[in-house]
Write a protein of this length. Structure first.
Length: 441
C-alpha cells in the first residue's frame, strides 16, 4: 500500500480527505504545518498532498525537502498564476479546491504512475551505465575530443549522421550525445533496420496507420515513441526509397498523422543515423533518397577506427576491466606489462567491439588471477608486421614482451645483437629490466 502525507491546516478538510484516501487503500499520515511534515520525514512517503496556504511556510516549501517524492499542491485560490507558481517550485501537479473526489484520486494515481516511470527510467539508466558504460566517458580519448567537437550539433542540429567501420561504437557516441544534450530526460530509441524486413520496418518506424497492432508502441511507431528525444536509425539506406521519402517528409513537416483521427501529433525528434559510408556516397550509389540525404549532408561525422587512435587502446581496455569488475563482482584487475604491449601493437580490425570481446574473454580465462597476461588475451604476434613499427618501437615491444621469461643473453640472441648492445640500447631508451613502461603509440 502506498504511504501518503497529507499537509492541511483545516481539520474538516483534513479528516474528510483522510477518510477518502484510506477508503481507497492508502496509508495516510497528516500534518497541519510544514514544520510538522518535516518531522514526519517527508522522503519516506510515496506522495505528498500539501495545501498552498498554511500557517508559517507555504506548502510549496516542502517540495525541495521531499525530493524525489512527488508533491501535489492543493489550493482554494484557483488561478493560472498559483498553478504556474506551484509547478515552478517543482510540484508534480496542482488541484484547486473545491475538487471532486474522483478528480483528486485521478490526479493522485497519475502522479504515482509518473513518479514510478521516472524511478524506473533512473534505474534503467544506472543499470546501463553499470553494465555497459559508454567508452566516450573514458577521459583523454579521441572520442571524448570528438564529443567536444560535436558540442554545437548536440542541441542545435536535429540531424546527424555517424559513419565508420563496424565496431567503432558509433551507437555509444550517439547515446552520449543524447545524455549530454537538453533531450537527456526524453526517450532514446534505437531502430535497427534489416534488409529483408521492409514492410515490418515501415510499421515499427512510422506506425501501422491502424492496420496492424503495435504492442507497447504509440500509433506513430518508433518515430513518435522518440518524440522530444533521440531516434537512432541504423543503416537508413536499407529502408525502401518510398519509406525514406515519407520519413524525410515527416521530419521536415514536424508532424505525424495519428491513426483513427483527423488530428496530427507534433514531432520533435533528433534523428541520428548510423552507417558504414558517408551520406554523399550513399546518395551517389542510389541507396539513399535525395530528400533524406539532404537533411544530413552538412551534419555528418566519421568515427575513426581503433588502429588510427592507438592512444585510446589502453584506456579503453582498462575501462572494460573496470566494467567487468562491476558486472561480475570481481576484485581489482590489472594488465601485465607484456599484455599492455601486445594490446597496443594489435591492429584491431573489429575495433572497440573486438577489444571488448577480447578483454571479456581474457578475464574469464584468467580465472582467479587478478593479473591479465598476454597468454590470457590469446592474441599472439601475428599482426605485428602489419603495423610497420619502427626499430625502436619493435625493440621496446619485444623487450617488454619477453624479459619476464628470457635472460639478457637470450634476449640479445633473439634480437640478433650483443649483450653490450642490448644494455646500451636499454640505457638510451630508459628501459631498465624492471621497467613496466608502455609501448608508445
Amino acid at each position: 500500500m502506498k504511504r501518503l502525507l497529507l499537509v492541511e491546516d483545516e481539520e474538516i478538510i483534513l479528516k474528510a480527505l483522510r477518510r477518502l484516501l484510506e477508503r481507497n487503500h492508502f496509508i495516510v499520515e497528516t500534518a497541519n504545518t510544514v514544520e510538522q511534515a518535516i518531522a514526519l520525514q517527508p522522503r519516506s512517503f510515496d506522495l505528498i498532498l500539501a495545501d498552498l496556504r498554511l500557517p508559517g511556510d507555504e506548502g510549496t516549501s516542502v517540495i525541495p525537502l521531499a525530493d524525489p517524492v512527488p508533491v501535489i499542491i492543493m489550493t482554494s485560490y484557483a488561478s493560472v498564476r498559483s498553478a504556474v507558481d506551484a509547478m515552478r517550485h517543482g510540484a508534480i501537479d496542482y488541484i484547486a479546491k473545491p475538487f471532486d473526489h474522483d478528480e483528486l484520486l485521478m490526479v493522485i494515481q497519475r502522479a504515482l504512475r509518473q513518479n514510478l516511470m521516472q524511478a524506473q527510467n533512473r534505474a534503467l539508466r544506472l543499470d546501463v551505465q553499470r553494465t555497459h558504460p559508454s567508452h566516450q566517458h573514458v577521459k583523454g580519448t579521441v572520442l571524448e575530443t570528438m564529443l567536444a567537437d560535436l558540442q554545437d550539433l548536440k542541441d542545435l542540429q536535429p540531424f546527424l549522421h555517424l559513419h565508420g567501420e563496424r565496431g567503432t561504437d558509433r551507437e555509444g557516441l550517439a547515446r552520449l550525445i543524447h545524455t549530454n544534450s537538453r533531450r537527456r530526460d526524453a526517450p532514446f530509441v534505437v531502430a535497427d533496420v534489416g534488409a529483408d524486413t521492409a514492410s515490418s520496418d515501415a510499421i515499427a518506424l512510422l506506425g501501422s496507420n491502424g492496420e496492424l497492432p503495435l504492442d507497447d508502441l504509440p500509433p506513430g511507431g518508433l518515430l513518435q515513441a522518440a518524440n522530444n528525444g533521440t531516434l537512432v536509425l541504423r543503416h537508413p539506406e536499407k529502408l525502401s526509397i518510398e519509406l525514406q521519402q515519407k520519413l524525410a517528409h515527416l521530419l521536415e513537416k514536424g508532424a505525424i498523422d495519428l491513426p483513427g483521427s483527423s488530428r496530427q501529433g507534433s514531432l520533435n525528434v533528433k534523428l541520428v543515423t548510423i552507417g558504414l559510408e558517408p551520406i554523399d556516397s550513399l546518395q551517389s550509389s542510389g541507396a539513399l533518397a535525395p530528400q533524406l540525404a539532404n537533411l544530413f549532408i552538412h551534419d555528418q561525422y566519421e568515427v575513426p577506427p581503433l588502429r588510427q587512435r592507438r592512444e585510446d587502446i589502453l584506456p579503453l581496455a582498462r575501462h572494460q576491466l573496470r566494467a567487468m569488475e562491476r558486472r561480475h563482482g570481481l576484485p581489482r584487475l590489472k594488465f601485465s606489462a607484456d599484455a599492455e604491449a601486445i594490446l597496443r601493437a594489435n591492429d584491431w580490425p573489429g575495433n572497440v567491439t573486438e577489444l571488448d570481446n577480447v578483454i571479456s574473454r581474457a578475464v574469464f580465462v584468467a580465472g582467479s588471477s587478478t593479473t591479465i597476461s598476454s597468454d590470457h588475451l590469446g592474441l599472439g604476434e601475428g599482426k605485428l608486421s602489419e603495423r610497420n613499427m619502427s626499430l625502436d618501437e619493435y625493440f621496446r615491444y619485444f623487450v617488454i614482451r619477453h624479459q619476464a621469461h628470457l635472460s639478457e643473453t637470450e634476449l640479445a640472441a633473439r634480437l640478433g645483437i650483443s649483450r653490450k648492445a642490448l644494455w646500451e640500447r636499454r640505457t638510451r631508451m630508459d628501459l631498465p629490466r624492471s621497467s613496466t613502461e608502455e609501448l608508445p603509440g
